[in-house]
Design a protein around this ligand. Structure first.
Ligand SMILES: NC(=O)C1=CN([C@@H]2O[C@H](COP(=O)(O)OP(=O)(O)OC[C@H]3O[C@@H](n4cnc5c(N)ncnc54)[C@H](OP(=O)(O)O)[C@@H]3O)[C@@H](O)[C@H]2O)C=CC1
Ligand SMILES: CC(=O)[C@@H](O)[C@H](O)COP(=O)(O)O
Ligand SMILES: [Mn+2]
Length: 392
């Protein structure tokens, strides 16, 4: 029986993970459930899944969570604060950690799980973008497995022999990530001037949290995924390609030197990637609707519109610059997307803010976690300053 800690249990990935776990009570148990501030939703999950421990990252919410649990007659142990997330991720209360917190807030617990040698199911792409070299080192030192659950990287993992081999040793020429193109595929810059948050989060194929949905709309999600692929598979930037595939049926492809191209296909439902990662190297039924190729009939592939959706090339530039540049990119993006969602920044200005932060801060070689945390804070401060200069 796998004991699974779900960090970000109240979110979209958390809920898909719990759906898979609920279908296999003989194989998986949700032993730790964590959220940020959604105490009532977390207490409801405790009622249904009976974990050993429930965590709220915001210490101010601890009393509220306890009250919700007591009202349900539950005696679940409660912990609070960011350190409690890392402690639980490294503890004997779990052997598997689903890193499903959104944003850089997930970094510490993701690193803790890697260092402790847990099976790490990585959804929190911001942590690997922010601190890729340190996360990969922690993983090697900890000796555990990392199985990506971001759908594209899970697809690549499935198309590679042995999951994450040395690419040149197994004859890989190129990794191709598919992108849906988001809700604004085909639009020009002139069409995007007055985009609202509600329009931006209306993803055509996936139901996801608000931050990643905006990232999909700007193509920054694909940019973050290019950097994620670089660190996960040790692939150089020139060996990572992006193709727009509006149906989100082909989740990514691996091209080999003999001309073979292996792809992973499936209906767009995160339970496939999550079920694969939970059960790997086995397989479990996830109740995902089987693919009907004849009903689909047509799959399209197009080049990304890099001039309209500039975030993709900003991410490639950060990856090529190396060092702390991806940390800056990620932090500036988090600040700009939050401001857009709050109605304080126009959609097209997201890329402007990120680019001006990258220009202002440049890059330095990665030395330590403290340095990256400081870079993240500086980039957030710079992004706020740039927003005031550019748009307020
Ligand atoms: N959704 C998807 O299909 C996919 C998501 N991902 C990645 O997975 C991650 C999660 O995405 P998604 O599930 O969509 O996001 P959601 O916004 O739906 O959920 C986010 C979760 O993280 C928790 N959380 C937010 N802030 C903090 C914090 N500071 N400390 C601790 N917990 C926090 C939330 O708790 P609370 O409810 O209390 O706010 C919630 O449980 C992201 O990195 C995303 O890029 C990757 C591929 C696909
Ligand atoms: C489900 C998943 O993995 C998301 O990252 C998804 O890929 C977003 O869709 P886009 O291809 O539009 O970025
Ligand atoms: Mn993805």
């Amino acid at each position: 029986m796998k004991q699974v800690a779900i960090l970000g249990a109240t979110g979209s990935i958390g809920s898909s993970t719990l759906d898979v776990i609920a279908r296999h009570p003989d194989k998986f148990r949700a032993s730790v459930l964590a959220a940020h501030r959604s105490t009532e939703a977390l207490a409801d999950l405790c009622d249904r899944f009976r974990p050993d421990l429930a965590i709220v990252a915001d210490p101010a919410c601890e009393a509220d969570l306890k009250a919700h649990l007591a009202r349900r007659g539950l005696t679940t142990a409660v912990a609070a604060g960011e350190a409690a997330l890392s402690d639980a991720a490294a503890s004997s209360q779990c052997d598997t950690v689903v890193a499903a917190i959104v944003g850089a807030a997930g970094l510490a617990s993701t690193l803790a799980a890697a260092r402790a040698g847990k099976r790490l199911l990585l959804a929190n792409k911001e942590s690997i973008v922010m601190a890729g070299p340190l996360l990969m080192r922690a993983l090697r030192d900890g000796g555990g497995d990392l199985i990506p659950i971001d759908s594209e990287h899970n697809a690549l993992f499935q198309c590679l022999p042995g999951g994450r081999p040395e690419l040149s040793a197994v004859g890989v020429r190129k990794l191709t990530l598919t992108a849906s193109g988001g809700p604004f595929r085909g639009r020009s810059r002139q069409d995007l001037g007055a985009i609202t948050p509600e329009q931006a989060v209306a993803h055509p194929n996936w139901r996801m949290g608000r931050k990643i949905s905006v990232d999909s709309a700007t193509l920054m999600n694909k940019g973050l995924e290019v950097i994620e692929a670089h660190f996960l598979f040790d692939a150089p930037p020139e060996a990572i390609d992006v193709v727009v595939h509006p149906q989100s049926i082909v989740h990514s492809l691996v091209e080999y030197v003999d001309g073979s191209v292996l792809a992973q296909l499936g209906n767009p439902d995160m339970r496939t990637a999550i079920g694969h990662a939970l059960a790997w190297p086995g397989r479990v039924d996830t109740a995902v609707k089987p693919l009907d190729l004849v009903a689909l009939s047509r799959l399209e592939f197009l080049p990304p519109d890099r001039a309209t959706f500039r975030c993709l090339d900003l991410a490639y530039a950060a990856l090529r610059a190396g060092g702390t540049a991806p940390t800056v990119l990620n932090a500036a993006n988090e600040i700009a997307v939050a401001a857009f969602l709050d109605g304080h920044l126009p959609f097209l200005a997201i890329a402007e803010v990120i680019e001006s932060c990258m220009d202002a801060l440049g890059t330095e070689p990665v030395q330590s976690l403290d340095q990256l945390i400081q870079t993240d804070l500086t980039a957030r401060h710079t992004a706020r300053h740039m927003m005031r200069r550019l748009h307020c």
